[in-house]
Write a protein that binds this ligand. Structure first.
Ligand code: PNS
Length: 163
C-alpha cells in the first residue's frame, strides 16, 4: 500500500523550514501533497496563485511532491484525495500544544487519519512565516531563511511599492 501524505499550511511565505520538512516527507512517504489553505488570512502577503507558483517552482525536481490548494476542513480534503497521513513540523515545545489539539481534533473528525510530526533541521527551528514577514518588512535580511524565489519576490514587492 502506498502512503499519500498531506502537508497543510498557509505557506505565506514558504520558508526553508517548510522546504526541509517537505524534503524529509518526500523521502519518507510515497507521495506528499503540499496543501495550501485558501483564505487563511484576510490580508496575506502573497496571493494564493503566488504561493502555488513558488511551491511548484521550488519542488519542480521532486516528482513525488505535489502542490495543491484546499479550503474547508482538512479531513474532508484528505478524504477526497484518499490521503491518510497529515505531516506537521514541530520546531519547539511551544508548537506542541496547538499541534496536539489539531492532531486530536482531526482524529476525532476522521479516526483513520494519522498526524506525523517531523522536526526540521536545527538551523531552521526558529523560522516562521510570521517572523519572516515582520523582519523583511522592517528592513531585516531573510537570506538563507527562505527559498531564493521567495526572497526575490519580497524584494520585487519593495521595489514596486517605491515606484
Ligand atoms: O500554516 P498554519 O497556520 O500552521 O496551518 C494551519 C492549518 C492550515 C493546518 C489549519 O488551520 C487547518 O487545517 N485548517 C483547515 C480547517 C480545519 O480543518 N480546521 C480544523 C483543524 S483541527
Amino acid at each position: 500500500m502506498s502512503t499519500l501524505a498531506v502537508y497543510p499550511g498557509s505557506f505565506d511565505p514558504l520558508t526553508n523550514g517548510h522546504v526541509d520538512i517537505i524534503e524529509r516527507g518526500a523521502r519518507l512517504f510515497d507521495r506528499i501533497i503540499v496543501a495550501i489553505l485558501v483564505n487563511a488570512e484576510k490580508s496575506p502577503m502573497f496571493t494564493m496563485d503566488e504561493r502555488v507558483e513558488i511551491a511548484r517552482a521550488v519542488f519542480k525536481d521532486h516528482p513525488n511532491v505535489e502542490v495543491d490548494t484546499f479550503d474547508g476542513l482538512l479531513v474532508n480534503y484528505m478524504q477526497r484525495r484518499k490521503a491518510n497521513v497529515i505531516v506537521r513540523g514541530l520546531r519547539a515545545v511551544s508548537d506542541f500544544e496547538y499541534e496536539m489539539q489539531m492532531a486530536l481534533m482531526n482524529r476525532e473528525l476522521a479516526s483513520t487519519v494519522e498526524t506525523v510530526f517531523m522536526m526540521p533541521a536545527a538551523q531552521y527551528s526558529f523560522i516562521s512565516s510570521r517572523l519572516i514577514k515582520e523582519v523583511f518588512s522592517l528592513g531585516g535580511k531573510v537570506h538563507g531563511l527562505v527559498p531564493e524565489l521567495v526572497e526575490k519576490k519580497l524584494k520585487e514587492r519593495v521595489r514596486s511599492a517605491r515606484t
